[in-house]
Structure formats: C-alpha cells, structure tokens
Design a protein around this ligand. Structure first.
Ligand code: SF4
Length: 369
C-alpha cells in the first residue's frame, strides 16, 4: 500500500558528512514552512482522494528540532485530508539531542507509533568528529523515554579510527536500550562535505575495512536476534519498517516538503530543493515540482530487480512476470549469466548470497548495462 513521506528540513547544526536538504540556523522559518506543508498536503490529498495510504514517514533534517505542536498539526492535517489504512505505521526521525518526555507524549497523541533515532556511534569522540549535537548518554536518555515503543537506531560504519570494539559497543548500546530495529549503513563521503577532505586524505577506512566492520556488525546483530531483511536494515521479528518495504517493492509514495520525491501513477517527480522557492510555489497554489517523468518499461524492470535484490526476500520470478509479462532472467540474460555465482535460487525466488550482500552494488552494476 502507498506511503506518505514528509520532509522537515531544519537542523541545529550541519553534520560534517551531511548532504541532505537541511538548513541549520533557519528554525525561524518553521512556522511558515509548516503552513506550506499543510497546504501542499491538502493539494495532494485532493488529487489522491481515492488512495488509501498505509504509512507516514516524517524525516529530515531533524523533525524533532521544531516545536512539537507543528508535528501534531501536520498529523492532524494528514489524518483529515488523506485516507489512511486502519492501523497505519507512522514514523518520526529524532535526534537524541532534541527530545524530552513532553515531545514524545505529543508525538504519541498525534498518532506516531514508530521512532527512528539517529545514534550513529556510541563513541562520543566520533560523534563530535561527525558534528553530531548529542552524546551516547543523550541516546540512553532518549531510549528511556521510548521504553516499550517501536524504535529504530541508526548505526554508522566507516568512521575515522573506528574499530570493531566501537561497533560492538554501539550495537550493545542499542540492544540493551530496547531498540526493535537497527539501520546499519556505511558513511558515504560526498563531494562538498567537510568529511570529504578526510576521505581524500585517506583518513577514513577503505572499502575492505568497512566491509569487515559490516560483517562483524551483522554477526553481532544476528547473535542479538536482529534479523536482516535488507542490506542495511535489521529488526526484531515483526518490526520491519513497512514504509521502507514499500520502497523496496517499488510501491507508490507521495513526498511532501522541500526536496521530497514521489512515485505515483508510473511517474517519478521531485520537489524543489530551494526553501524559498518551495514556499512561494505552494503559497501561490502550485505544486513545487522541478522534475517529473514517466518511468520507461526498461527502467521499471531494472528498478524492480535492483530493489528486490537489496532485500532478503529476493526477486520472485512470478511477481516479475505478473508485472512485466516476461521472464526476468531472459530480460537480463547477460547480467544474470555474469553474476549467477553470487546468487542463490530458492524455488522461483533469486537472492544474493549472504556473503556477497555487502558488495551488491558491484553486482547490480552488471544489471545497469
Ligand atoms: S542531523 Fe541529519 S539532516 Fe541534520 S545535518 Fe545532521 S545528518 Fe544532516
């Protein structure tokens, strides 16, 4: 079932690795921005009045940095304007340095039932190096406020000087503090970010070192009974993210807010990345879309294969045939022949072998051609 993504672009401080659309020092725009978001939600809901949405994901930026009354108002608008399923999954991203008990109570009253907490590492020196505004102790305080709730923690690999002991401490911290879900992903040094200089100077762990940290972390998570369901995502049984599963199944979603992207009725479209332009556009009653296009059948097939191979559920030949009326191994004959040593067949389902999951990008490159 389709999902709704909402982008809140405000942060207290820009992290050294961040290339997301986030604006530190523009918190004074929050009220005006949220009014625009409510309006965009209403405009989109009118267009999609027959669609039932199963998930809402409030991401950023740092949604927890703004006054929680805006998040409450946002959810009220979404519930009133869109049609939601009987028990929607509603997630909010939070920075452990920006939460308190009252905020969490308001979120819960607003219908939020899943929390995604950006920890990254239990090592305070590494947190400071990343420009994060919180410490490991702040994470513990945040997790205490979330006791008994469905919450996910982010764990980052590939940090300067990061050791297996750091990864073990981080995973123990999230496990001992009750996280039901872990997203463990590698730092990507993007050109233009401060950390890119560290990368150019050879100060970050290389690909093999990060792969070793990933393997180490994956085994530790398995020991602690977190099941891997996607290359970077692990959960306690029954706690997989429905919102993300929809992306990986090539499901439809609508994105609201600056820089948000959408996939609906076979088209992908993206909102402007410029905050002022976003607000001007919405206020004048126009969708703030800067890029839009139909997905060709060739691209749709590639997306299907690429997204399915990222998950432990793999490619179902029957599901592919139902959607495209053809056989995926025929459509990607040459790539399949070249990569089949990395793949495992289970009935009509094809998956990347566990030991090669981390190098999936190299495998998928074959399918791009
Ligand atoms: S908190 Fe997230 S969005 Fe904000 S600057 Fe840091 S990485 Fe970027």
């Amino acid at each position: 079932m389709p999902g709704i993504y909402v982008h809140i672009p405000f942060c207290k401080h820009k992290c050294t690795y961040c290339d997301f659309t986030s604006f530190p020092n523009r918190l004074n725009y929050a009220e005006a921005y949220m009014a625009c978001l409510y309006k965009e939600a209403e405009m989109r809901a009118r267009e999609l009045e027959k669609v039932v949405f199963d998930t809402v994901y409030i991401g950023g930026g740092t949604p927890s940095v703004i006054d929680p009354k805006y998040i409450y108002g946002l959810m009220k608008q979404i519930v009133n304007k869109f049609r939601l399923s009987a028990r929607p999954e509603v997630t909010i991203e939070m920075n452990p340095g920006t939460v308190d008990a009252e905020k969490i109570q308001i979120y819960k009253r607003a219908g939020i039932n899943r929390f995604s907490v950006g920890l990254q590492t239990a090592n305070d020196a590494q947190l400071s190096e990343l420009g994060r505004i919180h410490t490991a102790k702040d994470f513990i305080a945040c997790a205490n406020l979330l006791r008994g709730e469905n919450f996910s923690a982010d764990v980052m690999l590939g940090l300067k000087g990061q050791t297996k002991e750091d990864v073990a401490r981080t995973i123990s911290l999230v496990h001992e503090n009750g996280a039901t879900h872990v997203s463990m992903y590698a730092l990507t040094p993007e050109d233009g970010t401060p950390i890119y200089t560290d990368y150019l100077n050879g100060e970050l762990p290389d690909g093999d070192e990060v792969a070793a940290l990933y393997d180490f972390g994956r085994n530790l998570l398995k020991e602690k009974r977190y099941l891997r369901y996607e290359v970077s995502n692990f959960c306690k049984p029954g706690f997989g993210s429905r919102h993300n599963m929809n992306y990986w199944r090539r499901g439809e979603y609508i994105g609201l807010g600056v820089s948000a992207s959408s996939f609906f009725f076979g088209k992908r479209f993206t909102n402007t990345f410029d905050l002022d332009e976003y607000m001007k556009c919405v206020l004048s009653g126009h969708f703030p879309v800067i890029e839009s296009g139909e997905v060709s059948e060739k691209d749709a097939k590639f997306e299907f294969v690429m997204l399915a191979l990222r998950t432990v559920f793999g490619i179902s030949a029957a599901a592919y045939r139902k959607q495209f009326k053809s056989d995926w191994k025929e459509d990607f004959k040459s790539a399949y022949e070249k990569t089949k040593g990395y793949l495992r067949e289970e009935g009509d389902v094809t998956k990347i072998k566990d030991e090669y999951l981390y190098v999936q990008n190299q495998i998928l490159t074959e399918y791009m051609e």
